[in-house]
Design a protein around this ligand. Structure first.
Ligand SMILES: Cc1ncc(COP(=O)(O)OP(=O)(O)O)c(N)n1
Ligand SMILES: Cc1nc(C(=O)O)sc1CCOP(=O)(O)O
Ligand SMILES: [Mg+2]
Length: 543
């Protein structure tokens, strides 16, 4: 289907487009909404919500299938329409009956939704006959969507067969070549590959590679059933690289419907505009949070119960949607505040933040080392209001408590702060977490801990942070190469040397983080504008 493509530097649009005072209902990311608005050429004033169409079977027990897809999309803040392919009589014990919907009626449902409602993403689950797979493929050719996520459902968690061998051939020959993401578990991957034995991580990698040859752009082989590991490891393959997603296993029997829910959550994030790797990452975190939250609930008497997707509605637990899905291009010009500099120049923190944003800052971090907690919280709330008006994410340095209290967009932590894994557990799946890394080992750990980006420095000597080790451009390059996470460079960077940093030509180096070059100057707006210009020029050169 062909979907997102990313440039080495995609320059955030919010600064040039968003005017002061512009606010968005519902906390949507400006870029995301503008993208969606742009598609509504016939009704330019209407805001269109991200929309997933699920084509799947109904589960009367509502743990999996259509019902899980609806709940997952609702929890992720995305509209979900449904085409039902089969109605199952099902509970936590097993599948007692299956009634396949006639092919013509599946076609009619598809036409109704696709011709009128134009979903962004289609996600498939139970496709019980080759005829239904064919009809779906024809419908998608007639009404193309932006992405197709295929969960190749074949066997239910209770072991009941939901799609026979003729469906396998249609998956391989017709549906997978159209798919952007396919999400087999070990059994499904094995079935797609004619019974190949999958017992290790190495087997999962080679299965992902073989399935990729059927034509999907990304293959996510889910290792939840791998017996040897205490962690749940999934492997994503994009045709070139492997990405491992590792999470400690949640001890619960309430796992019915996790496959459907993961695929729907990936589809939901894609519909919001996230690239595939980020969508998979966020979706996995969401499912982990939901499983953790529901690990002790009790519904039904079977071996595997359903879990609760709508955790946030119950308990104010973290896990619903962030105001900003993390966009790595927001690291482009990262402004980090400093209370001493603001005092020296007689400015309030809110004035400093506003000026930096007006000059072109694309993300802001409040780094207020000496502030009293209460004062810090009040400042953070006031700054957050400004940042939300401009559509710029606001992160808090070190203080997870302050970030939680003001509902900031994320936290930046260093190697001696709270471990990123703990921060993730506290903040939930959606908030942005940055980790400072000076070495490749730290960079690898940051990915494993669920960080969204790395801050790496000091690239040059700095007076802003005492006793900071300078790692230079070489050190920065080594950290970037050791990780798939986006990286922002920090330490002694300003208009005179920013181009040298950005011209390193490392694909995941997405911007510079700056304190004194913006805040220890007479005019923050002017200095930020100058730095923005230098960065833009470097970005153009690199492209
Ligand atoms: C973007 C960014 N990168 C690195 C740091 C440094 O964080 P840390 O190592 O925790 O040091 P302190 O800032 O807490 O002194 C950062 N703040 N931001
Ligand atoms: C906060 C911080 N962290 C660093 C690191 O190397 O991780 S360097 C640094 C200070 C950056 O300030 P300036 O832009 O004024 O040099
Ligand atoms: Mg710190």
């Amino acid at each position: 289907m062909g979907f997102y493509c990313s440039l080495v530097y995609s320059i955030p649009k919010n600064i040039c487009l968003l005017k002061p005072g512009f606010t968005l209902a519902g906390g949507h990311h400006f870029n995301q909404v503008s993208k969606i608005k742009a598609r509504m050429q016939d009704q330019p004033d209407k805001v269109r919500v991200p929309h997933v169409l699920t084509v799947a079977g109904s589960d009367s027990g509502a743990g999996a299938g259509i019902q899980a897809d609806l709940k997952a999309c609702a929890a992720r803040g995305v509209y979900c329409s449904t085409v039902i392919t089969a109605v199952t009589a099902q509970n936590t014990v097993g599948v007692q009956g299956v009634n396949v919907v006639p092919e013509e009626f599946v076609a009619e449902q598809l036409k109704s939704v696709l011709s009128d409602m134009r979903p962004d993403v289609v996600k498939t689950g139970m496709l019980p006959s080759a005829g239904i797979v064919n009809i779906l493929c024809q419908s998608l050719q007639e009404f193309p969507v932006q992405a197709l996520v295929v969960d190749p459902v074949m066997v239910s968690t209770s072991g009941d067969v939901l799609a026979g061998s003729s469906v396998l051939a249609s998956f391989r020959d017709k549906l997978l070549p159209m798919a952007d993401v396919v999400t087999p578990n070990l059994k499904e991957a094995s079935a797609l590959l004619g019974g190949m034995l999958l017992e290790s991580l190495a087997d999962m990698r080679s299965a992902a590679k073989s399935i990729h040859e059927f034509g999907p752009r990304y293959v996510l082989v889910k290792g939840g059933d791998l017996p040897v590991s205490s962690d749940a490891v999934d492997v994503l393959y994009d045709g070139n690289d492997f990405f491992e997603f590792r999470a400690s296993r949640v001890r619960t029997s309430n796992t019915h419907g996790t496959g459907c829910s993961l695929a729907s959550s990936i589809a939901a994030e894609l519909a919001k505009g996230l690239p595939v790797i980020s969508a998979v990452k966020v979706a996995k975190r969401f499912i982990e949070s939901a499983l953790e939250y529901s690990k002790d609930i009790h519904i039904g008497n079977g071996r595997q119960g359903p879990f609760d997707h709508l955790l946030k509605l119950k308990n104010n637990a973290p896990g619903l949607c962030a105001a900003y899905p993390f966009d790595p291009s927001s690291l482009f010009l990262y402004a980090v505040t400093d209370w001493r500099m603001n005092r020296k120049w007689g400015r309030s923190i809110t004035d400093a933040v506003k000026a930096a944003i007006e000059g072109g800052a694309t993300i802001v971090q409040l780094r207020e080392k000496e502030a009293e907690t209460g004062d810090f919280l009040e400042s953070a709330k006031a700054c957050l209001e400004i940042c939300r008006q401009y559509g710029v994410p606001l992160l808090i340095n070190d203080r997870v408590d302050v970030a939680l209290a003001c509902d900031a967009d994320g936290v930046h932590v260093g190697q001696s702060d709270m471990p990123a894994q703990t921060v993730r557990a506290l903040l939930g799946p959606d908030k942005i977490i940055g980790v400072s890394c000076k070495t490749p080992e730290q960079a690898q750990q940051a990915w494993a801990d669920g960080a969204d980006y790395i801050g790496s420095g000091g690239v040059y000597p700095t007076n802003t942070k005492e006793n900071n080790r300078t790692i230079g451009l070489d050190g920065l390059k080594t950290v970037c190469s050791a990780s798939k996470l986006p990286v922002v460079a920090i330490g002694g960077i300003g208009i005179s040397n920013a181009h040298s940093v950005m011209e390193l030509q490392v694909p995941n180096l997405r911007g510079v983080a700056v304190v004194s070059a913006l805040f220890d100057r007479e005019s923050i707006v002017t200095e930020t504008q100058k730095l923005h210009k230098v960065l833009l020029e470097s970005a153009v050169k690199v492209r």
